[in-house]
Design a protein around this ligand. Structure first.
Ligand code: CA
Length: 347
């Protein structure tokens, strides 16, 4: 479930401060309390300049989602390692499906890949991991889900901001409020964009005037590619690779395990990145024991589990994927699935 909280930047891997979460967790939640909270939300939306007609329409199906609250409160701390997680997230059937869909959409993918300078295999991999290629997008009314989570209060400001962004999307007419469906946390459509991400990255790929990430294949792929491009993707390199370290390796050369959020993680990256030539000189090898590629690119060393677990050299694109979802497990899944789309080559 924690996948649907992407861009909320909460991850078991990072010690994000959550003091107000525990404080507000005791608040008593009732239907009546929710109804009056929705009245306040509507007034706030009116104050922000949304029309009464849009507000009435947008909130016409609003209801309190108890299940969203329990899902939000019971996100499990992971006790898995990548060795147990990856086979579940990237099983053979998903690889096969990814490769089949890649072939099916190849012409469109190449076109979008050229336009945004993103290798299409990453678009397919993200699509597969977010929503099982569009088949599991979540059935919650987004306005309802976001209103519920704002009312719950643990991250009220965040969800209120998402709600206002959702109203903007409705105001722009990309989708009706009835069809604006998403996860319990408000992640929408086949690429699970939160509303603010929609506003930042969604594009109208087929030029029909709507950014439809729920149903329109061109818009869905284009929006994902646009996200990656806008967040610094470089299609001349890959995402990174699993590596093998020598005996007595100095583990302080890696990004520390708990850096505390994206900003510090990026700082740790900047402090520890080295060229592949330097990593090679330090004894780092591909996981099969062969030399690292002899190319002039920089990489940082990451341990999604701990130093006894898998080690990866992460290339710059890894930062973009961590912007999509600040989770080593998610990014590793995307990376491995993308590799299995590439190798062996699709005939
Ligand atoms: Ca469109």
């Amino acid at each position: 479930m924690n996948i649907s909280l992407k861009k909320v930047a909460i991850s078991a891997l990072f010690l994000v401060a959550t003091i107000n979460q525990t404080q507000a967790a005791q608040k008593e939640l009732t239907e009546e309390g929710f109804a009056s909270y929705v009245t306040e939300l509507k007034a706030e939306a009116l104050g922000k300049g949304f029309s009464q007609a849009l507000i009435d329409e947008s909130f016409s199906e609003v209801k309190f989602h108890k299940r969203a609250v329990s899902a939000d409160r019971s996100q499990p701390e992971t006790v898995e390692t990548l060795d147990t997680y990856l086979p579940k997230r990237v099983p053979k059937w998903k690889v096969d499906k990814a490769r089949a869909l890649y072939k099916e959409h190849e012409v469109l993918l190449q076109e979008i890949g050229d336009k945004y300078q993103v290798q299409p295999r990453f678009i397919i991999a993200l699509w597969g991991l977010e929503t099982n290629f569009g088949t599991y997008t979540g059935g919650y009314n987004v306005v309802s889900a976001l209103s519920t989570l704002a009312y719950e209060g643990r991250r009220e400001a965040f969800f209120k901001k998402q709600l206002m962004a959702a109203l903007t999307i409705l105001d722009e007419g990309h989708i009706t409020s009835h069809d604006m469906k998403g996860s319990w946390a408000g992640a929408m459509g086949q690429n699970q964009f939160m509303p603010t991400s929609f506003l930042g990255y969604a594009v109208d790929g087929d030029g029909d005037g709507k950014k439809d990430i729920w149903n329109n294949q061109v818009d869905i792929f284009s929006s994902m590619a646009n996200y990656l491009k806008k967040e610094g993707w470089n299609d001349e390199i890959t995402w990174g690779r699993q590596v093998k370290l020598p005996e007595n390796f100095d583990y302080s050369l890696a990004i520390p395990k708990n850096t505390g959020g994206r900003k510090n993680w990026l700082k740790a990256w900047a402090k520890t990145e080295k060229t592949l030539v330097q990593w090679q000189a330090l004894g780092v090898r591909r996981v099969d024991g062969t030399n690292l590629p002899n190319v002039d690119i920089k990489a940082a060393l990451v341990f999604p589990d701990d130093k006894d677990g898998r080690a990866y050299l992460a290339y710059d694109n890894y930062k973009t994927l961590m912007h999509w979802n600040l989770s080593y497990y998610f990014v590793s899944s995307v990376g491995h699935l993308s590799d299995r789309i590439k190798f062996p080559p699709i005939q």
